[in-house]
Design a protein around this ligand. Structure first.
Ligand SMILES: N[C@@H](CCC(=O)N[C@@H](CS)C(=O)NCC(=O)O)C(=O)O
Length: 224
């Protein structure tokens, strides 16, 4: 199988973590979305121009990080990332969606807001996005009070989503006051699959951050 990805793309990182967790062989193909020609060529593979895309050995084109992870679980079921118990599965999908919609959405809103001239920042929508982001972080913090991973002791697709999302969130939002969430992020970073993905994304992300008009809070290269 072939994976179109970029090292610093958080959605690509979700799939990379899953591939490493499951110890699957794949051919990585790096896409440079900042280059117009590569972007054009890539849009023939993924019409939305979004990374990642997985091409299966049968030539099937799979879009959307979490759908790709579902496919990986059906491809190889020795190490499962999608819980089989229906209640746990439901909770995993709920938390995964909360990570995606409120945490990643809030992070994007705060990041974009920080790149506006100071007098244009803090519009109503941004304040609302931040409130939703805070509620989502609080919910995760409560869930993690006595769990190793988001839904318990099994590392799941929701953790593959949370790892890059929480890493990038630290660039624009502090959640150190949420002790369980912070401890969880430390556990994520210590996981070999996650550490490998963060390591390979660091240079591209640091480079990207260095070109910003309004520098984001400097957490050094330790943000990942
Ligand atoms: N819903 C998609 C989101 C993928 C996505 O937004 N990828 C970003 C990189 S992390 C991207 O391709 N951005 C380029 C763009 O929006 O033009 C998924 O789950 O895979």
């Amino acid at each position: 199988m072939k994976l179109y990805y970029a090292p610093a793309s958080s959605y690509s990182q979700r799939v990379l973590i899953a591939l490493y967790e499951k110890e699957l062989d794949f051919t990585p193909i790096e896409v440079n979305l900042f280059d117009a020609e590569s972007r054009n060529q890539y849009s023939e593979i993924n019409r939305f121009g979004k990374i990642p895309t997985l091409i299966t050995d049968d030539g099937e084109v799979l879009l959307e990080a979490n759908i790709i992870i579902e496919y990986l679980d059906s491809y190889q079921n020795d190490i499962l990332l999608i819980p089989q118990d229906s209640n746990v599965n439901l909770e995993m999908r709920m938390l995964d969606r909360i990570v995606d919609v409120y945490i990643n959405g809030g992070r994007e809103a705060l990041f974009k807001d920080g790149q506006l001239p100071p007098e244009e920042r803090g519009k109503k929508e941004v304040v609302k996005a931040k409130r939703l982001l805070e509620s989502a972080c609080n919910l995760l913090d409560e869930k993690l009070a006595n769990r190793t991973w988001l839904v318990g002791e099994q590392f799941t697709a929701a953790d593959c989503s949370a790892a890059p999302t929480l890493a990038y969130l630290r660039i624009v939002y502090d959640y150190e006051h949420l002790l369980s969430l912070t401890a969880y992020f430390e556990r994520l970073k210590a996981k070999p699959s996650v550490a490998r993905v963060f390591e390979s994304g660091r240079e591209q992300m640091t480079q990207m951050l260095s070109t910003l008009k309004y520098p984001v809070k400097d957490r050094g290269s330790s943000f990942l």
